[in-house]
Design a protein around this ligand. Structure first.
Ligand code: ATP
Ligand code: MG
Length: 234
């Protein structure tokens, strides 16, 4: 479904991604592991059309994404949950969610989509009138994920959804990912928490200094001595 071939790019004159090739099949959960500044967020930004400079080829269900503006990408079926959540703090939960429907393929469907999101996160229904900025970190993460789901995506890019959350909240984010995937939505997941990432993903890639150094099934990555040492702390 998503095919990234020979992607290089970065900011200003400096490349932070070097010849990266990855793919995601429909309905799959795939993870990108990598240390700080490896280029994980930049890779997701490149897919969303947000990296200032890219070369290589990115296609999604046959469409060439390099020819698309960032604001057209959600309409093709790719939603992005950015690192740091970036909810609109002054706006209500419901207003934040409705923003996610703005670029959807079928904007007329927003009310029905809201029901899907409230079904995933009943907490957001209870708090729908509350300012998003007054909610806990975990609840704001639900808003960010819910907002992405409002565009009815076939693929969600999730950048460090568990960052800074208490372990019990991490578990509920993790569990929500399973339910989203069960709805048929593919997930490309970036996590510093490699244990969690490799437990939800079927496959993964390891990115080091902007280059892919390893890829394989989650089970194989879990058993890889380098991965164990660098990311699993064993
Ligand atoms: N807006 C920007 N302008 C210039 N350089 C940037 C910008 N954003 C990131 N970089 C640089 O690009 C490189 C990759 O950063 P990126 O944020 O993609 O890494 P990451 O793997 O997501 O790291 P982290 O785990 O800290 O989130 C880093 O060297 C970073 O300093
Ligand atoms: Mg990042």
């Amino acid at each position: 479904m998503l095919d990234v071939q020979g992607l290089s790019g970065g900011y200003g004159g400096i490349d932070v991604l070097h010849d990266v090739s990855i793919s995601v099949e429909a309905g799959e959960t795939v993870t990108i592991l990598g240390a700080n500044t490896a280029g994980k967020s930049s890779l997701m930004r490149a897919i969303s059309g947000l990296l200032p400079r890219v070369s290589g080829r990115i296609t999604f269900i046959g469409a060439d994404l390099s020819a698309q503006a960032a604001h057209d990408i959600p309409g093709l079926g790719i939603a992005h949950v950015p690192e740091g959540r970036h909810v609109f703090k002054e706006m209500s939960v419901e207003q934040n969610l409705m923003c996610g429907a703005y670029c959807a393929r079928d904007r007329g469907d927003a009310r029905a989509r809201l029901d899907v999101v409230f079904d995933l996160f009943p907490r957001l229904m209870e708090r729908r009138k509350q300012a998003a900025g007054s909610m806990s970190g975990g609840e704001q993460q639900m808003v960010a994920i819910g907002r992405a789901m409002m565009s009815d995506p076939s693929l969600i890019l999730m950048d460090e959804p568990s960052l800074g959350l208490a372990p019990i909240v991490v578990d509920s984010v993790h569990e929500a990912m399973g339910r989203i995937n069960a709805l048929g939505v593919a997930i490309l997941l970036v996590e510093q928490n490699a244990v969690m990432a490799l437990s939800v993903a079927r496959r993964g890639y390891v990115l080091e200094s902007g280059r892919l150094v390893l890829s394989g099934d989650a089970a194989a990555l879990r058993d890889d001595p380098g991965v164990k040492r660098a990311y699993l702390g064993v």
